[in-house]
Design a protein around this ligand. Structure first.
Ligand code: FES
Ligand SMILES: [Fe+2]
Length: 386
């Protein structure tokens, strides 16, 4: 996409900053985005029958629950007097409201209503009260959901496009990953923008990411697919395609940092874990980080972050494998320290941006290293204009 000219900037993305400060604009934005497949959580939290977790979708609380081999999703709102049916992050058990004990079946029907005939004059079946369902689909261990809408007919696979085999390979988990969560006093889009910005590291992360200085333009290899994009530093123009086939046939081995940004607010990064005692002859340790900036209010977001060892086969001898498993707890502590440090540095910037959000307007001057912000805003404008 060409850079917007002075005259087209406003008309192309006229409302990109509206929801940073305006509550109505934020609610409208969220309602629109709720029709788009949105990451909700991990199947590792839904391993057993009756397991459930809560999430945010389109500005509303929802929950996903396992019923046998099926995953079902509902708005987290009782059909009686709208009490939240789930009041924790996750748990296990039947759907039973804590306010007056209405119980729901796996199709969201109120099948157990205390003193129903006596107080409502009808049977639960005649009452026909239901909680609103949401559509659920998975890719690897990632669970996505969306509110039903007559024009929302794209499957999750169609929506994710080229990312499908990559997510299936990088994000199929056999155990619980480690997590980091943070409250951020800034709009989710400001948080997402900084994750799409390959220009800020020397200024914002001078002792970590930014130590190598600015990347040359020739090393900035970006790929755009559907509403999403990816950054493969140093790759050639076939980089994305040449990752897909090895992922499909199980031969992919990481060589360099990779990041996939899945619209609207998810990112998946493949990165080399730094380890202070690592020696040159020790094969590198690769990790995957799944991150989401959950919109809470115009000026407030919640970061959910999961990280785990990349599930690619490693060519290590028995002694080396023993060393890896013994040293892994220390490595994870160091990783978590670095992840929190990077987030703290980014969050410091976005919280400042938020404090001055009422001054954000017009279209910013974005250079080639921020190209993906433009792509994201284009996808956002289309989603919001619908
Ligand atoms: S609000 Fe849920 S049973 Fe009354
Ligand atoms: Fe950053």
């Amino acid at each position: 996409m060409d850079a917007p000219t002075e005259s087209t900037r406003e008309s192309r993305f006229p409302k990109w900053a509206a929801a940073l400060t305006d509550h109505d604009a934020f609610q409208q934005e969220q309602a629109r985005l709720g029709r788009i497949w949105t990451f909700l959580g991990l199947t590792t939290d839904l391993a057993k029958d009756g397991d459930w977790f809560t999430a945010q979708l389109g500005g509303r609380s929802v929950f996903v629950q396992r019923f046998g081999d099926k995953l079902k999703g509902f708005e987290n709102r009782c059909a009686h007097r709208f009490y939240p049916l789930r009041t924790k992050d996750k748990g296990n058990g039947p759907i039973k409201c804590g306010f007056h004990h209405w119980g729901y079946d796996e199709d969201g029907r109120a099948v157990d209503v205390p003193r129903c005939k006596d107080l409502f004059g009808v049977t639960p079946k005649e009452l026909n009260a239901r909680i609103a369902p949401i559509e659920i689909a998975t890719c690897g261990s990632l669970v996505f959901g969306r509110f039903q809408h007559p024009r929302a007919n794209e499957t999750l696979q169609q929506f994710l496009r080229e990312a499908v085999p990559i997510i299936e390979t990088m994000c199929t988990l056999t155990r619980q990953p480690r997590t980091v969560t943070l409250d951020i006093e800034a709009n989710w889009k400001l948080c997402y923008h900084i994750s799409l910005d390959d220009y800020h590291s020397p200024a914002v992360h001078p002792t970590t990411f930014g130590m190598g200085g600015y990347l040359k333009r020739s090393a900035l290899r970006y790929f755009r697919f559907g509403m999403h994009n990816a950054f493969f530093p140093g790759a050639d123009e076939n980089g994305l395609q040449s990752m897909i086939q090895p992922c499909q046939d199980g031969t992919y081995r990481p060589v360099r940092y990779r990041i996939f940004q899945i619209f609207p607010n998810l990112l998946i990064a493949l990165f080399r874990g730094q380890y202070m005692f690592a020696k040159r002859q020790v094969p590198t340790h690769w990790y995957v980080n799944v991150q989401q900036y959950v919109p809470i209010a115009p000026g407030r977001s919640f970061l959910r972050s999961w990280y785990y060892r990349a599930p690619f086969k490693e060519d290590r001898g028995a002694l080396n494998r023993l060393y890896v498993s013994l040293s892994e707890p220390v490595r994870k502590q160091v990783l978590e320290y670095n992840i929190r440090k990077l987030h703290a540095e980014d969050n410091h910037v976005v919280e400042r941006l938020q404090r001055f959000a009422s001054q954000q307007g017009g279209w910013p001057r974005v250079g080639y290293a921020e190209e993906r912000i433009k792509w994201f805003e284009e996808a956002y404008a289309n989603a919001i204009a619908d």
